[in-house]
Design a protein around this ligand. Structure first.
Ligand code: ZN
Length: 664
């Protein structure tokens, strides 16, 4: 998955996407370090009726697994959520009193994180209401507690109990020290041994053992798997998922019918071979306009990496945006032949990759409310090798991020010149999208190694240099008249907006994501710093890029866009040479000289200016809802409705899509 940092880096707006309700606010709730946005589903209305109905059924299936994720994250999550919801909806006291307000915030955080631990840091939330108030309120409003009162309160108020959902500290027993509900009564060593005994190292198509089960001990102390399938653990929710998948199957066309069949069969049996068969069918389907993910998919939540959390997305192809990547792909050879690198390092025959751009219609489980902006599946290595993978970017989610960032004061604070801000407003999103397209579809795939070079020579510097190479390819071509000629951009102002943003981010604003006293570690961030700092230094005498101080604040401005483009080309020449020749020493020097060290004074200034803007670092979404329109027993249309209230949607989901017992 690819998660967006857009609110913290470039905050661009604009773009050509047609939207349905531009005037409604994009940010609909904010609490703690979270803001909740809405997203729109442009062009849903124009889909054929059969696809709309398919989306409706798949969306219902996407919502039915919500409780599974709550329970996977922590075994008492449902007990706490349901208890708090009961208080919240029946409370008759003063709703402006500090304790109640604090409990409301705590409940919102639980809804957002699908549990009592932070969705990103994994640390348990701290309750800001008093235990005394809570115990009294419990007595008054909750007749039957799902677990002992003392335990319930200890979980909420004792910071040391179940402190982390996912503890991967070196040297600790990660299984017993993590609060997630994938293991019970077993140690890390027992988990390792259990699965080591199952794996067949000679199997060319290895099964993802452990992916869909909880590992625990039975009454006799024997280690057993409790498998998540129809009739097994989480059966009540899975039954609902299967019900809606069968409905979806009834309106789907081939090859999707067979794909849904395989998935249903997997949910019925829990057989992981069947899950692989489903994935092979799914990844091979490139023709269906509507597509979906539904199942136990990503293993980030398991300290051992065996167990997968439940998630779902429903989406359809954004044909206008795919047109863009298609044009780029079709002209891949022209870009390669004109690349500003040593001709001997150009690929003689280049094949562009056509990444799909999609519009998401529904998000569920681990994709909600915090949402990825891109998905690359399936995860099984052998399937990726033999059948490939599907890579998609979710356009309506990035669009909403950009819209929500509009007016947050970011560009006004960090971008000095009015003309740059205006261009970013107009072309920022298009520039971002094209940068991503060129980077992904062509950049990584371009160039070739010299004879005798294997590609492993650059060692720990390889990923930074590889990202730099793809970024430079994108930046260089963004400023090429060829893009205007191909109809991809209206003018080179798109490049200017991207160049100004890129340099500002690389030299300055991305520092907001680094803790004081630390250097740049992450390879994408290193790559941006490398490119920006190198171009600054190379163009210093001619003032291509310049530091300007106004009212005691520092700004970075690009004075000469043409000269900057030439510098991008020059650096691409060198980075390609380093890769093609495997020149470790030159690569190491580039990275160490330009990409790593942070100026502590500048860093402090950026952090201070960010803090004053009050931009929350994490965001997520509410979903739209869909409604069948029937006439004389026939479905004649599906209507989409937008929700503008996070609390309402959470309470509705807890009421209508809650199928599991409190303890599983
Ligand atoms: Zn990349």
């Amino acid at each position: 998955m690819i998660f967006s940092f857009s609110t913290l880096t470039s905050c661009n707006t604009g773009g050509a996407t047609e939207q349905t309700n531009e005037n409604a606010p994009w940010i609909i709730d904010r609490f703690d370090d979270i803001k909740v946005l809405r997203y729109e589903v442009p062009k849903f209305e124009t889909l054929p009726l059969q696809q709309k109905i398919l989306i409706y059924y798949l969306s219902e299936a996407a919502l039915c697994g919500r409780d599974i994720l709550f329970d996977q994250n922590f075994k008492y999550n449902l007990a706490i959520r349901r208890t708090l919801e009961q208080i919240y909806t029946s409370y008759e006291g003063d709703k402006t009193a500090a304790d109640f307000v604090a409990m409301e915030k705590y409940l919102k955080k639980i809804w957002f994180a699908n549990g009592i631990h932070h969705h990103y840091s994994n640390d348990k939330f701290r309750a800001e209401f008093s235990r005394e108030w809570f115990e009294q309120t419990l007595d008054k409003y909750v007749q039957e507690l799902p677990i002992e009162k003392a335990l319930l309160c200890d979980i909420i108020f004792n910071p040391d109990l179940y402190a982390s959902r996912l503890n991967q500290t070196d040297g600790v027993d990660m299984v017993t020290e993590s609060a997630c509900n994938y293991y019970e009564g077993v140690t890390m060593k027992e988990v390792e041994d259990f699965y080591a005994a199952m794996v067949d190292p000679k199997d060319p198509h290895p099964i993802s053992y452990g992916l869909n089960s909880k590992l625990m001990k039975d009454a006799d102390g024997k280690i057993v798997e409790k498998v998540w399938h129809l009739g097994g653990m989480y059966s009540d929710a899975i039954q609902q998922i299967v019900f809606w998948l069968e409905k979806a199957r009834s309106v789907a066309e081939e090859p999707q019918k067979s794909i849904i069949d395989a998935l249903i069969n997997y949910y019925r049996t829990g057989d992981l071979r069947e899950f692989d068969r489903y994935n092979v069918l799914w990844v091979s389907d490139n023709s269906s306009n509507v597509d979906f993910v539904n199942g136990f998919i990503e293993n980030y939540g398991d300290p051992m990496g065996f167990k997968s959390s439940w998630e779902s997305t429903v989406n359809f192809v954004d044909s206008a945006a795919c047109h863009r990547t298609k044009i780029i792909s079709e002209n891949a050879q022209w870009f390669e032949d004109n690349s500003p690198i040593n001709p001997s390092f150009r690929k003689k025959e280049v094949k562009g990759v056509s990444a799909k751009v999609i519009t998401v219609a529904m998000l569920g489980g681990d994709c909600f409310p915090a949402t990825p902006i891109g998905i690359n599946l399936p995860n099984a290595d052998w399937i990726r090798k033999e059948y490939g993978s599907k890579s998609v970017t979710i356009d309506n989610i990035t669009y909403a991020y950009d819209k929500a960032a509009q007016g947050n004061g970011f560009n006004e604070e960090f971008m000095l010149r009015e003309e740059d801000r205006t261009r970013i407003k107009e072309y920022g999103k298009l520039g971002d999208d094209l940068h991503t397209d060129l980077h992904e579809c062509l950049g990584h795939g371009s160039g070739q190694l010299a004879p005798g070079v294997t590609g492993g020579e650059l060692k720990s510097y390889s990923s930074t240099l590889e990202e730099a190479r793809a970024d430079l390819f994108a930046l260089y071509y963004l400023g090429d008249e060829k893009l205007v000629e191909l109809g991809l951009i209206p003018s080179l102002d798109v490049a200017k907006s991207q160049y100004a943003t890129y340099i500002m981010n690389g030299m300055m604003t991305q520092l907001s994501r680094i803790e004081p006293g630390k250097n740049v570690e992450e390879s994408h961030m290193r790559n941006r710093k490398l490119i920006a700092e190198w171009c600054y230094e190379q163009g210093k005498d001619a003032k291509v890029i310049e530091w300007v101080v106004e009212n005691g604040k520092r700004y970075i401005v690009v004075n000469d866009f043409d000269a900057l483009r030439e510098l991008f080309g020059k650096l691409l020449y060198e980075v390609q040479r380093i890769k093609s020749e495997g020149d470790y020493e030159a690569g190491r020097k580039l990275v160490e000289d330009y990409a790593v060290k942070v100026d502590p004074e500048l860093h402090k200034e950026v952090l201070d200016r960010y803090a004053q803007l009050g931009i929350e670092p994490y965001s997520g979404f509410v979903n739209p809802s869909y409604e069948l329109v029937e006439k004389e027993g026939e479905i004649v249309d599906v209507k989409i409705n937008y929700n503008y209230n996070f609390v309402e949607q959470m309470l509705q989901y807890s009421k209508e899509y809650s199928f599991l017992p409190t303890l599983n």
